[in-house]
Design a protein around this ligand. Structure first.
Ligand code: AMP
Ligand code: GLY
Length: 440
């Protein structure tokens, strides 16, 4: 009997999840808010619903008879979707609301790491009022990062020396967060880390973790790492599953930090089952935690899941059942993923514009296409305000994977743009050189 699986979400990440499950013979049922044509085509059935509408999504899951659910985005986790599905006897790849606090509360996470002496934490303070924040800021010897405590869609963090100049501007932003209640309530102040960022995603079964290939995302909208911050314009992985500036020892250190974090959650009575996304800064003192997300990254999921020709369904079952198997069979190949986004994305997206996609030509070029936040109406694909399509190249080297990705991108036309520098040798070399300087 084929396994029926619910996939929640309608972005590029979720299209990659649907394809990986389908390769393993699963029957997919999709709950999404936009009509993603790639997902719609592969799914047995789909429901167009708000992903945070726990009652409606659960009803669809029960009516479809699924035994497993993979939850893509963070908002349904915070709404308690995993709790409700588990209550109904459906296994979940995606943590409960209590376990998702690793993403939804930066205060919770920093305090957890401190309480359990998990390595890789930074100096920090958490505040609800201006006066105690001021005392901390006045006493702090170095540069600070200011973060709203809760979810802000990745846009609430400001870094002294980058977005904020001096302690006066730090305090102005603290006041703004508290006055306007940005991200709920409360503010986290933490030590500014210097280094190169990388992502380690891991499957977690409540007790143990299995790391995936390391990924580097690119948050700035335009070539050369300039322009507004975005959800991520593209990302790459290397054939050895490290990055050109990260050693195997450093990767293991990061994985150990995640294993210890999962152990701490278990001790706190909130075992974590799902994908844990670790955002790290590689500093001269090794990897430090920037933040955790309670899900796959987007675009990072498109990189790592393209590398899983089979075995994803099995690992999902292991996560949900609380018993992960041994190794996950990621191909020893490099990937480069670039997002096609609406013109204006990052400031004011031009949504509702048609995009021409020649699927056949993309496939002939050897590239993978994942539909993201687009809507299909009468056979035409339209942009929304968010990222439109992900194209992934896979090859033996980053350079070759980048070339395959670019060949695929030639067959997409519309009022859109792409960060073409991602995965190109010049950019990768710049990261390696920067890390060499940081190491001193
Ligand atoms: P976050 O939403 O926590 O991922 O933060 C967004 C971005 O802010 C990160 O990707 C980093 O580039 C930067 N950032 C966050 N925390 C720190 C830190 N402690 N030191 C330096 N940069 C940081
Ligand atoms: N690409 C970053 C994220 O998914 O949060």
């Amino acid at each position: 009997m084929k396994t029926k699986v619910l996939v929640v979400g309608g972005g590029g990440r979720e299209h990659a999840i649907v394809e990986a499950l389908s390769r393993d013979g699963a029957l997919v049922y999709s709950a999404m808010k936009n009509l993603n044509p790639g997902i719609a085509r592969s799914a047995q059935r789909y429901a167009l619903v708000h992903e945070t509408d726990v009652a409606k999504v659960t009803e669809f899951a029960l009516a479809s008879g699924v035994e497993l659910a993979v939850i893509g985005p963070e908002a349904p986790l915070e709404a308690g979707l995993a709790d409700e599905l588990i209550r109904q006897g459906i296994g979940c790849v995606g943590p409960t609301k209590a376990a998702a606090r690793l993403e939804t509360s930066k205060r919770f996470t920093r305090r957890l790491l401190k309480k359990h002496s998990v390595p890789g934490n930074v100096a920090f303070g958490t505040f609800q009022d201006l006066e105690s924040a001021r005392l901390f800021v006045d006493d702090f010897p170095g540069e600070l990062v200011v973060k709203p405590e809760g979810l802000t869609g990745g846009k609430g963090v400001k870094v002294e020396g980058e977005h904020l100049s001096g302690k006066g501007e730090v305090m102005d932003y603290v006041k703004e967060i508290l006055d306007k209640r940005i991200g709920g309530a409360g503010v986290v102040l933490e030590e500014r880390l210097i280094g190169e960022e990388f992502t380690l995603q891991a499957f977690c079964d409540g007790k143990d973790v299995r790391g995936m290939p390391l990924v580097q995302d690119h948050k700035r909208a335009y070539d050369g790492d300039v322009g507004p911050n975005t959800g991520g314009m593209g990302s790459y992985t290397d054939a050895d599953h490290l990055l050109p500036f990260v050693t195997e020892d450093e990767r293991q250190e990061a994985e150990e930090i995640m294993r210890r974090t999962i152990g701490a959650m278990r001790d706190e009575g909130a075992p974590y089952r799902g994908v844990l996304y670790g955002q790290f800064m590689l500093t001269r003192d090794g990897p430090k935690v920037i933040e955790f997300n309670a899900r796959f990254g987007d675009p990072e999921a498109m990189n790592v899941l393209t590398l899983l020709e089979n075995g994803f369904l099995e690992v999902c079952q292991g996560v949900a059942d609380g018993k992960l198997g041994k190794a996950v069979p990621f191909l020893p190949k490099a990937t480069v993923c670039k997002y096609v986004v609406p013109a204006g994305y990052g400031t004011e997206s031009r949504s509702g514009r048609p995009v021409k996609v020649d699927e056949k030509a993309i496939s002939n070029a050897g590239a993978r296409l994942y539909y993201a936040s687009v809507d299909e109406r009468d056979g035409v694909v339209y942009t929304t305000s968010s990222r439109s399509l992900g194209v992934v190249g896979m090859a033996d080297s980053i350079e070759d994977a980048e070339a395959v990705c670019e060949e695929g991108l030639k067959h997409i036309h519309g009022e859109v743009f792409v960060r073409h520098d991602i995965g190109k040798d010049a950019l990768v070399r710049r990261r390696v050189e920067h890390m060499r300087q940081v190491r001193g």
